[in-house]
Design a protein around this ligand. Structure first.
Ligand code: ARG
Length: 275
């Protein structure tokens, strides 16, 4: 079975406000270039053996291209495939959620509604499965709140799925997926300075090999890559990262995301892996 991934074409992609420190608006988005880069990502995913599904973009939803954030996608033996809808911090992004929920409903996913109250939870920006789908790592601090992660954790405990909260402290790593990238069941790429000390200590217990990105690598989204069939799709590579990847049996594949980086996102943020 090929890995299935969900993406959204960048037809209305733009940078119109400052949701994170990358969104400086210094140079405007080149939408034609964004479209080419997105197409190249789809091709790279297909070459790496993935099947690409798409959701229709909606006018006015300038961040909808970041398909990782609107819901959390899970699988449970008893329940089958399910989603937990996000409550996004930014109102413009909150409007994306209903469109994604519809897509998942039409594709046979069950919904687990978590009453988040005034808390926030941002899907796979902050909630990441262990590669064997045995537990979930949950970042909080900038987008998802600790309360949101606790409410989510309570809902997952009913399915016997453990959740590991991780406190994020670097504004350039405002989502967990910018500083946390499992390479296989035993090895992970992290940017250590993105975590509060006690969270970093917790994380160490779960991995045999923790590879550290430098600040420059992390802030250029080299930890926001996609692992697929022996490839590591990444927007850039350094000799240091290249050596780590080779040690883990992965081959780097460069996919340019310069237009999307203007919005604070790269490869991992632009797709959701479907179970
Ligand atoms: N401009 C988007 C935002 O700030 C980028 C989201 C990136 N997504 C991610 N999973 N890191 O919300």
């Amino acid at each position: 079975m090929p890995k299935q991934v969900l993406l959204c074409p960048p037809a209305y992609f733009d940078v119109v406000d400052r949701k994170n420190p990358y969104m400086l608006g210094k140079s405007p988005v080149d939408r034609a270039k964004a479209q080419q880069q997105w197409q190249a990502l789809c091709s790279a995913l297909e070459r790496a053996g993935c099947q690409v599904e798409t959701i229709a973009p909606v006018p006015g939803l300038e961040d909808m291209v970041f398909a990782a954030n609107q819901v959390f996608v899970g699988f449970h033996k008893g329940l089958g495939k399910f989603i937990v809808p996000s409550r996004m911090l930014h109102p413009s992004r909150q409007r994306e959620v209903a469109f994604y929920v519809d897509w998942y409903l039409q594709h046979g996913f069950k919904i687990i509604e978590v009453d988040l109250g005034a808390d926030y939870l941002e899907g796979h920006g902050d909630l990441l499965w262990h590669p064997d789908w045995s537990l979930i790592y949950a970042g909080y601090g900038f987008r998802s709140t600790l309360g949101g992660v606790e409410k989510f954790s309570h809902a997952m405990s009913k399915l016997d799925i453990p959740v590991v909260p991780l406190h994020l402290v670097d504004p350039y790593c405002y989502h967990l997926d910018t500083c946390f990238c499992p390479l296989n069941n035993e090895a992970i790429l992290i940017y250590p300075a993105a975590y509060a000390p006690e969270s970093l200590a917790t994380l160490r217990g779960f991995w045999k090999r923790m590879h550290h990105l430098t600040a420059d690598e992390a802030h250029k989204f080299m930890g926001n890559g996609i692992v697929a069939n022996g490839s590591y799709l990444t927007p850039y590579v350094t000799p240091h990262l290249d050596a780590i990847l080779r040690q883990e049996g992965l081959t780097p594949v460069i996919v340019d995301t310069s237009e999307f980086e203007k919005s604070g996102g790269s490869l991992f943020c632009m797709k959701t892996l479907l179970p």
